[in-house]
Design a protein around this ligand. Structure first.
Ligand code: CA
Length: 237
């Protein structure tokens, strides 16, 4: 019976946090596998094929970033970084290496469980067929993104986004509930040689917000993760 439960591997050396995570996840019906260091984590990831990985960056024997880079060479298993490091470089670095999300310690149970569900939902839709999300729709509140028609609507009215504005919002919609880094968006729009300058992105985002947000200064659809990227509200469909 336990084999059927969703397996979550936790790489965390702080025993207090590890215990908290294990009891929280077990209470929510998950099968939690604990690893106190990076070497054990890499071995267990390969042998247990977990459905999701919670990863502390500061492990005793290696840096969590090495684990992300290593796992991403052969697996798309969702990785959620849980870390006390709060700098924008740490967050953006982990996400650009291929982590799916980032939680800064301390975090709440509800937030953690929501992020796990979001990360796993995205792997399911993207691993089966990259086109699933794009052929459908994104809907939250009055905002609809129609991937097929390449249009965004507010209350059913065309928001008149430019092609680049639509590309940005479509990319965010495809990863709804997850932060998408500036670098990822820049690459999507202008290719691998894209500049690292976020200024152009901020200009586009200001324009998008003027078109879709009731109050562009207090966004309800697209949120800024300062210094890291943008996160669009979780898809309701
Ligand atoms: Ca640690």
């Amino acid at each position: 019976m336990s084999e059927l439960r969703t397996k979550i591997l936790i790489a965390e050396d702080d025993s207090g946090i590890a215990k908290f995570l294990k009891s929280t996840l077990t209470a929510s019906g998950y099968n939690a596998i604990m690893c106190p260091d990076g070497k054990t984590a890499l071995e267990m990831i390969a042998s247990h094929c977990p459905d999701c990985i919670l990863l502390d960056l500061g492990l005793p024997d290696m840096d969590g970033q090495q684990i992300i880079a290593s796992v991403r060479k052969w697996s798309r298993t969702p990785i959620i970084v849980i870390s006390a490091r709060t700098t924008e470089e740490d967050k953006a670095g982990a996400l650009d290496l291929g982590a799916d999300d980032y939680l800064t310690k301390p975090f709440g149970t509800i937030e953690l469980l929501a992020r796990i569900r979001t990360a796993m939902r995205h792997t399911r839709t993207t691993s089966d067929n990259d086109g699933i999300a794009l052929s459908g729709k994104y809907e939250v509140g009055d905002l609809t993104i129609d991937y097929k028609k390449h249009r965004a609507y507010l209350n059913g009215n065309d928001a008149n986004l430019t092609p680049n504005e639509f590309k940005i919002i479509a990319l965010l919609g495809k990863h709804s509930g997850q932060v998408v880094t500036y670098q990822t968006i820049l690459k999507e729009l202008w290719g691998p040689s894209a500049s690292r300058d976020n200024k152009i992105l901020r200009v586009h985002m200001a324009a998008i917000r003027r078109k879709i947000e009731p109050n562009p200064y207090e966004p309800i659809y697209i949120f800024t993760e300062t210094g890291v990227g943008y996160r669009i509200a979780e898809n309701e469909v």
